[in-house]
Design a protein around this ligand. Structure first.
Ligand code: ADP
Length: 470
């Protein structure tokens, strides 16, 4: 099958979170399985764009409301990602330093979708599937079915994957002028509560709708930022497909960001070496267990709980554990986490910002990773942690529920808690310390989790079945 992935992010070209990781990996595994998968994304001003060679595939003008926009489609020359990568450059709109902006993302991603469909409708052939990811590409199913201009693509099957149902891409009806002319009888397919809701439109128009774990699909039926009824009504075409992880990028045996590689055989010594190095940088104590948090500092991730929970957990365990945080997001939380450094010297530290290399080193160095998420569609951190022999401490929600069991249960291996609350984080810290003190059990759990196979193969097959059914 020829599968075209449309996305705002794709690792290593541009990544803000899990969406980038998924779109950077799934197509590679699909190509390995014999399909012809490609990625089309906006051309940002990222390092990857500047450090690689590009060939101009196509250029054209499009109308965009009362404007005329020029776009170019650039193809990465060497196929170094394991699939064909195309970046759509619209001067002034896509070529920014960051993936998302505060003010004009509606216009930026609408223009990207229109330019992409304009280009694809010139192709001599039609692909089998267009796979759209999140609200930035969610108007594509509607546009190919109802905008006369893209009629050539109207029979192409569409799959829409929700990586995060909280953000739906809403915009006011006054901006409908940007869309190419469409059958006005179909306007209702764009509307939800009197505004244009791209996610709602994709759920209605796509041939299949997926999200990134089974539990999150069930949660969306109950709580989906206003779209519950739509999920319930269209449940017959909605599926949960658990994300996989890219075993080539996330492999402690060959990780390019690690100086010391390891396997199940030497995990104990080498992880300790990583821990000692990280503890030296962050002035922590490598003799104590190291618990880390890596992620966006937003309320979805329960990051606002961290300052209080870490402070109290350290106090209650008499400083017998270390905490290290890597993240950026909400300024208030950033400031609170930064101030805590001065109160808990030697047992707590943080790095406020985005740092891919440091994240890899932290997965390798840590004993535990904490994820007190309020909402977690899939969560990749816990799967990376498992691969790196780091025990996940997770709130039982969404994909965390589907991938982590509690060590108190038969064959369990992680730490699970029910509430996104300070108390649950503190109790889990006590349990982590207890487990760490039982070294034989701790080390054997570590070896067990490293042997799990959370790679993309199985999920790739599920997507294949969904495409075929569509
Ligand atoms: P989400 O997409 O909701 O942010 P996921 O768990 O699906 O969460 O994916 C998070 C990805 O982003 C992981 O690869 C994680 O390591 C990475 N990440 C998040 N914050 C940072 C950061 N500050 N520095 C480096 N990597 C980060």
């Amino acid at each position: 099958m020829e599968i075209i992935h449309l996305s705002a992010e794709c690792y290593p070209v541009a990544k803000v979170g899990g969406l980038g990781d998924v779109v950077g990996a799934l197509p590679k595994y699909q190509c390995q399985a014999g399909h012809y998968a490609k990625v089309v994304m906006p051309a940002y001003n990222t390092k990857f764009m500047h450090q690689n060679q590009w060939r101009k595939e196509y250029e054209q003008d499009i109308s965009f409301g009362s404007y005329r926009l020029h776009y170019e489609v650039l193809k990465e020359k060497t196929n170094k990602l394991g699939f064909d990568l195309y970046c759509v450059l619209i001067d002034g709109l896509t070529n920014r330093d960051s993936v998302y902006s505060e003010n004009d993302d509606t216009e930026r991603f609408l223009a990207f979708q229109i330019a992409t469909l304009d280009w694809m409708s010139q192709w001599k052939h039609q692909p089998d599937v267009i796979h759209c990811h999140d609200h930035h590409t969610a108007l594509v199913p509607f546009m190919i079915q109802h905008c006369g201009r893209f009629q050539r693509l109207s029979k192409v099957k569409t799959v829409f994957t929700i990586h995060n149902g909280q953000y739906q891409g809403w915009f006011d009806w006054s901006k409908v002028i940007y869309l190419p002319a469409f059958d006005k009888w179909k306007a209702g397919l764009l509307d939800w509560s009197s505004i244009i809701n791209p996610m709602a439109s994709a759920i209605r128009c796509a041939d299949a709708v997926t999200t990134v774990s089974w539990s999150y699909m069930h949660e969306l039926m109950e709580k989906a930022n206003g779209l519950e009824a739509l999920f319930q009504q269209l449940h017959y075409k909605c599926y949960g497909v658990l994300n996989g992880i890219d075993f080539e990028v996330w492999n402690p045996e060959s990780d390019i960001y690690l100086q010391h590689h390891y396997t199940v055989e030497n995990v104990q010594e080498v992880k300790q070496q990583h821990k000692e190095e990280i503890c030296e940088i962050f002035e922590l104590d490598a003799k104590k267990p190291l618990i880390v948090f890596i992620g966006r500092l937003v309320s979805e991730k329960g990051a606002d709980l961290l300052p209080d929970a870490i402070g109290r957990a350290l106090y209650e365990t008499h400083g017998q554990v270390n905490y290290l945080v890597l993240g950026s997001g909400d300024t208030r939380v950033e400031n609170q986490l930064a101030s805590l450094k001065y109160l808990c010297k030697g047992i707590y530290n943080c790095f406020i910002g985005y740092n891919e290399a440091l994240s890899h080193r932290m997965y390798a160095a840590a004993d535990f990773i904490v994820m007190p998420s309020r909402v977690e569609p899939c969560g990749l951190n816990q799967m990376y942690a498992l691969r790196y022999g780091t025990i996940p401490m997770v709130r039982s929600t969404g994909g965390l529920k589907d991938t982590v069991t509690d060590y108190g249960e038969p064959e369990g291996f992680g730490i699970r808690f029910d509430h996104a609350s300070t108390n649950d984080i503190i109790i889990s810290t006590h349990r982590a310390l207890q487990l760490y003190q039982d070294q034989p059990r701790f080390q054997s759990l570590r070896k067990l989790i490293m042997s799990f196979n959370n790679s993309w193969e199985k999920s790739q097959e599920r997507y294949e079945r969904i495409y075929k059914n569509a």
